[in-house]
Design a protein around this ligand. Structure first.
Ligand code: ADP
Ligand code: MG
Ligand code: MG
Length: 248
């Protein structure tokens, strides 16, 4: 599904990713952990095609296509979803409108008919229940005055509506209390399927108590310096990242 080879990328003339390799197969969940500033969010932005990130070497194949040659929107239409750590506010546009427009665009790209408003509302309301968001939320402006927990639930709702092939969740667990964490984890688990893959960027092991990853990788200094199964996350929790620095 996703094959990253020797990826180098820079932001503002600074090299951030320095030879990153990652191979994600359909249905797999890969957790990416690592110290602050190691390039985890940069990886997500580069994959999603966010402006300001320059790839200087390496390649990324997504579903057999050269991902780096595609525009941001095309990548989303092709099935890449990036949940941002700090989503932007779009005053004057309701959540509902924003979500419907995103879903319409993806369905059009896939050659599927647009959902009528009633079916869309029905699905959106169902998801509100699943992610434990009040339905009044749908009428509010995009990200307007959302609490930290609401932002995370909103990201999850977007993901559930868009049904991506590859979902990249960047610190979806940050700032969530244990109840919210369980809701968010249950939502992600409900979306697991043999066709859908996840990259979960997380600082803490605790998310992985609720979502069992197939692989855990440590990103340090712009490269993956260690890969393992979920026991690696426990080892990191115990020892911190410093013990890996010699490797990096
Ligand atoms: P992580 O998500 O692992 O904490 P980031 O990918 O956010 O790390 O950042 C990696 C490095 O890139 C950091 O040193 C950070 O300061 C730098 N960086 C990220 N975004 C920018 C930017 N827009 N301008 C300049 N430097 C940036
Ligand atoms: Mg950070
Ligand atoms: Mg980050």
């Amino acid at each position: 599904m996703l094959k990253i080879d020797n990826l180098h990328a820079r932001v503002e003339k600074e090299d951030i990713l320095k030879g990153l390799d990652l191979n994600v197969k359909p249905g797999e969940i890969h957790a990416i952990m690592g110290p602050n500033g190691s390039g985890k969010s940069t990886l997500g932005h580069v994959l999603a095609g966010r402006p300001g990130y320059t790839v200087t070497a390496g390649s990324v194949q997504f579903l057999g296509q050269d991902l780096l040659a595609l525009e941001t929107e095309e990548r989303a239409h092709l099935g890449i979803f990036l949940a941002f750590q700090y989503p932007v506010e779009i005053p004057g546009v309701s959540n509902m409108e924003f979500l419907k427009a995103s879903v319409d665009a993806v369905r059009e790209y896939r050659g599927e008919p647009a959902l009528d408003s009633i079916s869309f509302m029905k699905r959106a309301r169902e998801i509100c229940k699943t992610v434990d968001l009040d339905q009044a939320f749908l009428k509010r402006g995009v990200n307007e005055g959302f609490s930290g927990g609401e932002k995370k639930r909103n990201e999850l709702m977007q993901m559930m509506l868009l049904e991506p092939k590859l979902a990249i969740m960047d610190e979806t667990d940050s700032g969530l209390d244990i109840d919210a964490l369980q809701v968010v984890s249950a939502g992600i688990n409900a979306m697991r399927s043999p066709q859908r893959s996840f990259i979960l960027v997380t600082h803490y092991q605790r998310l992985l108590n609720f979502i069992e990853p197939d692989f855990v990788h440590v990103l340090s200094g712009g490269r993956i310096v260690r890969s393992g199964d979920k026991s690696l996350a426990l080892e990191l929790e115990e020892k911190g990242y410093a013990w890996l620095e010699d490797v990096a």
